[in-house]
Ligand binder design. Structure first.
Ligand code: AGP
Length: 360
């Protein structure tokens, strides 16, 4: 397995680096002979017949599902609920008349997600699994599968699978919209190509990320991640990454929630990672940064070209506003990686965690 790791000190770093190639692989895998994006027609039919999608997932895959909801609602016009699999399994909410269940799972083996699939199948509902592992349990047991084409993910902390999940969900939502002659308004193949280049720019800026880890996370015992709209979903993922591999207590939350409680935790020097890639909420998140700075926080502002301001810590290249999670997550992955490394933690195999959780 050291051979597979090649010259990389850790699988996680290798897998972060693979992300531009994974995005290009996905574009290829979902292209037809004419270069148009396409998905299995049976899945298009299942989406057309559904009056509501129920996305079921755990951990990082759940965070990808939160982004996927925005795609299916905004691009494809289908209402979506996103649920944590362990909660859903024991407390099934009132369902719509024609639900389609979408399981997002890198491994395809997560027990919490599988028990939901078993239940909804018994109830007679159709299902789709979005997974990295062909032939995995959730892929075999669902009616349909969309593959991530990310290649084996070995590090416990999921990186390239998250990016692949979001890209595949964007493709599914867009191809469906096009099949229904809904106005999409952008060329997803082209936009994902731009994203792949932006991700490359981020993985090439490792020194900068390592410095950010030193400047913001060297001595702290906690950290906060804030964002609004799509940036909120990414802030949840950024906090999870940092927690699981560096053991720094981290919390991701919506910028607007600060004043409802969390701001009480801000002290002199508390690191606050603020994502500012969404134009609509740009002023509001900038306002949140001012609020935490006034209470002594050490703000790391990650914005996007075109929305950047003087003093921002990092500016990601400009990409389509719906696709920013694919890029903004990359610096957060790298910052977590270096924080873990600097603390001497086991990056690839953090304590108490397994790659796939096969118990409920
Ligand atoms: C991600 O970094 C975690 N290790 C974990 O949250 C993971 O995403 C979760 O266990 C779900 O796994 P799955 O995608 O294989 O179902």
């Amino acid at each position: 397995s050291d051979i597979e790791k090649g010259t990389y000190p850790h699988y996680m770093l290798k897998e972060i680096d693979e992300q531009p190639a994974v995005l290009r692989k996905i574009i290829q895998a979902y292209q037809d002979d004419n270069g148009n994006l396409t998905i299995d027609p049976a899945i298009l039919t299942a989406l057309k017949e559904a009056d509501r999608l129920y996305i079921i997932a755990a951990g990082t895959s759940y965070h990808a599902g939160l982004v996927g909801k925005e795609y299916f609602e905004k691009i494809a016009g289908i209402p979506v609920e996103v649920h944590i699999s362990s909660e859903f399994g024991y407390n099934i909410p009132l369902l719509s008349k024609k639900p389609l269940f979408i399981f997002i799972t890198q491994s395809g083996e997560t027990a919490d997600s599988r028990q939901v699939l078993v239940k909804v199948k018994k109830m007679g509902y159709p299902s789709l699994t979005v997974t990295n592992v062909q032939g995995s349990t959730l892929s075999r047991e669902a009616d349909h599968t969309l593959l991530l084409h990310a290649g084996p993910e070995i590090a416990v902390a999921s990186t390239k699978a998250y990016v692949a999940q979001i890209a595949v969900l964007a493709i599914a939502a867009t191809v469906f919209a096009e099949s229904q002659a809904l106005p999409v308004g952008f060329d997803l193949t082209q936009e994902l190509g731009i994203v792949a280049n932006a991700v490359q720019a981020m993985v090439d800026a490792k020194d900068e990320m390592e410095q950010i880890a030193r400047d913001f996370l060297e001595v702290t015992r906690n950290a906060f991640f804030i964002g609004r709209q799509l940036d909120y979903h990414v802030s949840l993922e950024g906090a999870l990454k940092l927690k699981e591999i560096s053991y720094i207590q981290a919390e991701g939350f919506a910028g607007g929630e600060l004043k409802h409680g969390t701001i009480a935790l801000i002290e002199e020097g508390t690191p606050v990672f603020a994502l500012a890639t969404q134009e609509e909420v740009s002023l509001n998140i900038r306002g949140n940064v001012k609020e935490v700075v006034a209470r002594g926080a050490n703000p790391c502002i990650i914005s996007m070209a075109g929305l950047d301001e003087e003093g921002d810590t990092l500016v990601i290249p400009h990409v389509h506003p719906l696709l920013t999670p694919l890029v903004s997550v990359v610096p957060l992955q790298l910052i977590s990686y270096y924080a873990s490394l600097h603390r001497g933690c086991d990056v690839d195999k953090p304590r108490n965690l397994a790659k796939s959780v096969t118990v409920e």
